[in-house]
Structure formats: structure tokens, C-alpha cells
Ligand binder design. Structure first.
Ligand code: 0O2
Length: 221
């Protein structure tokens, strides 16, 4: 290929990825609005943090090769649905589901796929609620529907997943059996902590509500 052709491919790739960046930004805005409104209405923030990324050209090419997808933009668009990704880390499991419900109920958000690894964790212990949704993006050329993968999880689930991810890559996907057992064990501990913290939180909020009713001082959590 000539330098000119290479430049054309690069420009097309950048343009292709740009749409996903816009889709990701639309979802980030929607999550940000829900967070701010929640804080305002309920004096409570259900979101610990939000992170997002557009797949790098390198990891997109890896995935296309790994999955045997044809290397043209139409096939990639049809078969790779996690090019844009937003991760919403919540305080509690109930909040992860609540945010999922609120986002997917919006009438410009179309659900393409849901994988509930909180209800049915992966065998390694991975827990997270995944949704692939499509949002409209308005470009100078018109409206395009962009798929975005949104992952909802708790802080404890996020902590576990980031460590597991590091171990998986450190051992180049061949993680020793003994470490896999320990990871599974850690996932159970994380789940127990989630339950305990959520119970405590409910007690505190309940206490606050009772205190507000009886007129004694309480602090909103
Ligand atoms: P990254 O770097 O986060 O983008 P596929 O996406 O098609 O290869 P699948 O099974 O259809 O795989 O998708 P799934 O199960 O919805 O998982 C996709 C993403 O969820 C992964 O993206 C991870 O972010 C996360 N994930 C899924 N399983 C695990 C797991 O066992 N451990 C951890 N730590 N994360 C997981 P990527 O592209 O792998 O990585």
C-alpha cells in the first residue's frame, strides 16, 4: 500500500471510532444527570465512580482477528459491540440495578443485550451487570445509532475484577489452579461484604427516616 492509501485507512479508522466516542459521551451525560438528580432529590449519591473508554485500534484489531470477523467496517460495526464502554461503579448491588433500570427505561436508549453476571456469576467469580445499549448520535450527516457496552457493578466487584484482570494478564491467561481457587474465594468474600454493607446502609437510612419522623436529629447518608 502507498503512503496515501495508509493515510486514508487511518482517517477512516479515526472517523469510525469517533462515532463510538460520541455514543460513549451520550451515555456518560445520561449517567451524570441521573447521579446529580439523585443527589438533589434524595440527598444520596448511588454512584462511586464512572470510567469509560473507546477500544484502542490495536485491541480492536486483536478482537477482529481472534473472533474471525471480516476486516471491513460494516462487519466490525455489526459484530463488535464493546467498542465504546462505560463502567458505572455503584455503592451497592441495589444501586447497580437501579441505575440499569433508569438508564434503559429512557426512550432513546434501546437494549440490544443484557448479561446479568450478578444474578449468575461467571465460574471464576466475576460479577457485574452488562448491557449493550444503542443511543442515537446526531452528526452533520444525520442520525446514527451507536452501541455502547455499559457495565454496572459495586465497588467490591470492581476491586475484585481489576485484580483478576491483572492476574489473568500476568499469567498470560494460564492462571495456576491454586490462584484461581483463591480468586473464587475472594469473590465470595467481596459478595459477603457487599451484603453486609448494604444491610448496614439500609439500617442507617431507616434510622434516619425514623429520626426525621420523630423530630430527633439524624444525618443523611
Ligand atoms: P476490557 O479491557 O475491559 O475491554 P467478548 O467481549 O465478546 O470477548 P463476551 O463474553 O461476549 O466477550 O462479553 P462479556 O462477557 O459481556 O464481557 C466483556 C467485558 O466484561 C470484558 O471486556 C471485561 O471488561 C468484562 N469481563 C468479562 N468477564 C470478565 C472476567 O472474568 N474478569 C474480568 N476482570 N473482567 C471480565 P474485555 O474486552 O475482555 O476487556
Amino acid at each position: 500500500v502507498s503512503a496515501g492509501e495508509l493515510r486514508t485507512i487511518r482517517d477512516e479508522m479515526q472517523r469510525f471510532l469517533l462515532e463510538y466516542r460520541f455514543g460513549m459521551q451520550e451515555i456518560e451525560t445520561k449517567i451524570g444527570i441521573l447521579r446529580d438528580e439523585f443527589q438533589h432529590m434524595h440527598d444520596y449519591n448511588p454512584i462511586e465512580h464512572v470510567s469509560s473508554r473507546v477500544k484502542s485500534p490495536d485491541s480492536l484489531v486483536d478482537k477482529v482477528q481472534r473472533k474471525g470477523i471480516e476486516a471491513d467496517f460494516a462487519s466490525i460495526r455489526a459484530h463488535v459491540t464493546d467498542i465504546a464502554g462505560v463502567r458505572v461503579t455503584c455503592s451497592f448491588v441495589a444501586d447497580a440495578y437501579r441505575l440499569f433500570d433508569l438508564l434503559t427505561a429512557q426512550d432513546d436508549v434501546r437494549i440490544l443485550q443484557v448479561k446479568d453476571y450478578i444474578a449468575a456469576p461467571k465460574p471464576n467469580g466475576y460479577k457485574s451487570l452488562h448491557a449493550i445499549v444503542e443511543v442515537p448520535v446526531f452528526l452533520s450527516t444525520g442520525r446514527v445509532a451507536v452501541p455502547v457496552e455499559v457495565q454496572f457493578r459495586t465497588v467490591a466487584q470492581d476491586f475484585w475484577a481489576s485484580l483478576e484482570h491483572k492476574i489473568y494478564y500476568k499469567y498470560d491467561t494460564q492462571v495456576p489452579e491454586e490462584l484461581l481457587d483463591q480468586l473464587k474465594d475472594a469473590a465470595d468474600t467481596a459478595a459477603a461484604l457487599d451484603e453486609r454493607m448494604e444491610r448496614l446502609h439500609r439500617e442507617i437510612r431507616g434510622g434516619d427516616a425514623a429520626a426525621a419522623r420523630s423530630g430527633s436529629p439524624g444525618r443523611a447518608g
